[in-house]
Write a protein that binds this ligand. Sequence first.
Ligand SMILES: O=C(O)c1ccccc1NCC(=O)[C@H](O)[C@H](O)COP(=O)(O)O
Length: 266
Amino acid sequence: MSASILDEIVASKRREVAAGRKRMPIEELEAQAAEAPPVRDFRAALDGRGAIQLIAEVKKASPSVKVIREDFEPVAIARAYQQHGAACISVLTDVPYFQGHLSYLARIRAAVVIPLLRKDFLIDEYQVVEARVAGADAILLIAEILDDATMARLLERARELGMAALVEFHDPANLPRVLAAGADLVGVNNRDLHSFTTDIDRTLRLRDQIPPEILLVSESGIHDRAQVERLEAAGVSAILVGESLLRKPDVGLAVERLLGLAPESR
Ligand SMILES: O=C(O)c1ccccc1NCC(=O)[C@H](O)[C@H](O)COP(=O)(O)O
C-alpha cells in the first residue's frame, strides 16, 4: 500500500466519524454500549499455549487485489471458519476499500460463538464504542496511523468497554511505541505498505523482541502449512489470514489444511 492510499483511507475515516457523530451523538452510542451483550474473550481464545491459533478473516475485497471473492456470503463464510477450527474471526467493516460493512458484525455474531475482531482503520473513540455496539469483542489498532497518545487512549477505551485490542505494526521502529501503549496482544503485519508484498520473515525476525507474556499474531500473506509450522515453531500465538482462505472454493477445507487438520492438495 502506498503511503498516499493509507492517507486516503484515514481521511475517509475522518469523514465517516464526523458523519457518524452527526447521525448519532456519542452519548447515545455509549448508552447502547452499556446495554450490549457481554463480550467474548478474544485474547483468551488465542492463547493456545504452544498450539498456533487462527483468526480467519471475512474480507470481500482489498486495495491490493480488488475483489477477492465474487460469491461472498459473510455469514456462511464465518460459520465455515468456526466449524473447521478457527479460534476467532476478523470482520472487515470498511466499505469503500474492502467492501465490508459494520452490520456484518451483528449478523456474524448471531451465527457463531467464537470472538470477533472489528477490522478497520480506527482513529477515534467513536469507532471503538461503535464496534462494541455492533457486536465486536476486539478492535484493531494500527501503530502506523496513530500517535502515541491516541493509541494508548483507544486501547484504554476498548478495555473499559470490555474488549481486547490487537495492536499491529509493520515498521519495527513502531514496536517500542506499541509496547509503551500497554498492548498485550500485538500483531506484526507482514504486508509492505508501499509494494503490497508480504514476507512472514518479518514476524520471525521480530519474534525475540516481543516479551513472552505478550501474545503475538502474524498477519497477512500466510497461505500454506509450511509457513504456519515455521511461525508455530517460533512461538507465534496466532495467525490472521484472509485472502488465501477466501480464494478457495471450500473455505472450511482451506482452514483445515492451514491448521494441519487435513492434508494439503498437490
Ligand atoms: O489486504 C490488503 O490488501 C490491505 C491493503 C491495505 C491495507 C490493509 C490491507 N489489509 C489488511 C490486513 O491486515 C489483512 O486483511 C489481514 O492481515 C489478512 O491478510 P491476507 O491474509 O494477506 O489477506
